[in-house]
Design a protein around this ligand. Structure first.
Ligand code: 5GP
Ligand code: MN
Length: 345
């Protein structure tokens, strides 16, 4: 049995909305990851099964290693089909916002969602949700939005209607947001849910291979290159890797190729913070990714030094300037956070 994480009053409310809603739009965050796509498609399959007209809209493209997911071809990219997507949002009865906590995380779609007359539901697990929805289902202690989708569907009495396709999407989101169940994954109910998803016929080993073992040769060489260039700050128990646009083109970089790189320096003994600085190819800025182990709040560092945020152990932000300036900014952050980084425990 699962703990009833979502308030019953919210379940009742959502259930009533779903009774009436015909046109539903599901929106996830910019540069969608496995959880953004997995949770959106999981919910999409379920609502389709209930006979709704449902569309998933995301701000921009998602990585190739998620394109095997059932339903992924139906996802609308806002940067390509803006007018059509705007019409769907304006005409929707219900807009479901998945895996983000603030309108700026959907960038170009934000205005349309703000102006939509539809009922709005937020289903998310990031800290400090902004109040832009009629119902906010926000559970930072839950390790993925996909897990929340599973919990929501079950509470709506829909477990039997979860298909193998929906289960595959939900599992993918749960797996990717926990690094293959290697962090944020000690809640035993996660494994109860996985057991239920296996009962739906998913092949979890195959999903792992499709997500993590389908990269190009050049991606593996890029990983090797980035790691040889890595900078370690033993005094601060931190490490940094970086990637310029020039290096990206040397290794025929495509979107998603650096997925997971930021976690690798954490495999060094005593390193508790890893930072990845990547020159964005679309916008003139440096994308910053941070990961930590244990109690070090990398989201605080992201907020204070890179105008971002996120979770305790996984956060990110942006930097306007060159890679070298971003490195200098990181080093200032390390100096400030050194006492916390080197604290025992
Ligand atoms: P990633 O490193 O995978 O891009 O992001 C990890 C987490 O950091 C995301 O799930 C999100 O919570 C947070 N994050 C990443 N980039 C930003 C950003 O620019 N702003 C904010 N507020 N959070 C971010
Ligand atoms: Mn997530």
């Amino acid at each position: 049995m699962l703990t009833k994480v979502i308030d019953q009053s919210k379940i009742d409310h959502i259930s009533r909305w779903l009774g009436h809603a015909e046109k539903i739009v599901i929106i996830a965050h910019v540069s969608p990851d496995g959880d953004a796509i997995g949770s959106s498609l999981g919910l999409w399959h379920y609502l389709n099964g209930r006979g709704k007209t449902v569309n998933v809209i995301v701000p921009n493209a998602f990585p190739d290693f998620l394109k095997w997911m059932p339903g992924s071809k139906e996802i609308l990219l806002y940067d390509r089909y803006r007018d059509f997507a705007d019409r769907l949002i304006a005409e929707a009865d219900l807009v479901c916002c998945l895996d983000f906590n603030a309108l700026n995380r959907i960038e170009t779609i934000a205005g349309s969602v703000r102006n939509a007359t539809a009922k709005k539901l937020l289903l998310d697990h990031h800290l400090y949700p902004e109040s832009f929805c009629d119902i906010t289902v926000s559970h930072p202690a839950i390790s993925s939005t996909s897990e929340l989708v599973f919990r929501l569907i079950c509470r709506l009495g829909g477990y039997d209607d979860i298909t193998r396709e929906a289960a595959e999407c939900i599992y993918t989101g749960m797996m990717t947001d926990t690094g293959g169940f290697t962090y944020n994954s000690n809640n035993r109910e996660i494994y109860f849910i996985i057991s239920e998803l296996l009962a739906k016929g998913i092949d979890k080993d195959d999903i792992y291979r499709k997500v993590y073992n389908t990269y190009s040769e050049s991606r593996l060489r890029l990983m090797g290159y980035v790691l040889t260039q890595m900078q370690v700050y033993p005094d601060c128990r931190a490490a940094m890797i970086s990637l310029t646009k020039r290096e990206q083109s040397q290794f025929s970089y495509i979107r998603g190729d650096s997925e997971g790189f930021v976690n690798i320096p954490l495999s060094i003994k005593n390193v508790v913070l890893s930072c990845f600085l990547r020159e964005d190819t679309e916008r003139p800025l440096i994308k910053v990714s941070l990961r930590s182990v244990g109690s070090f709040p990398c989201n605080q560092l992201a907020t204070e030094f890179f105008g971002g945020g996120g979770h305790l152990n996984a956060s990110g932000g942006e930097f306007h300037g060159t890679i070298d300036q971003a490195k200098a900014q990181l080093e200032r952050a390390l100096a400030k956070f050194k006492p916390l980084l080197t604290a025992k425990g």
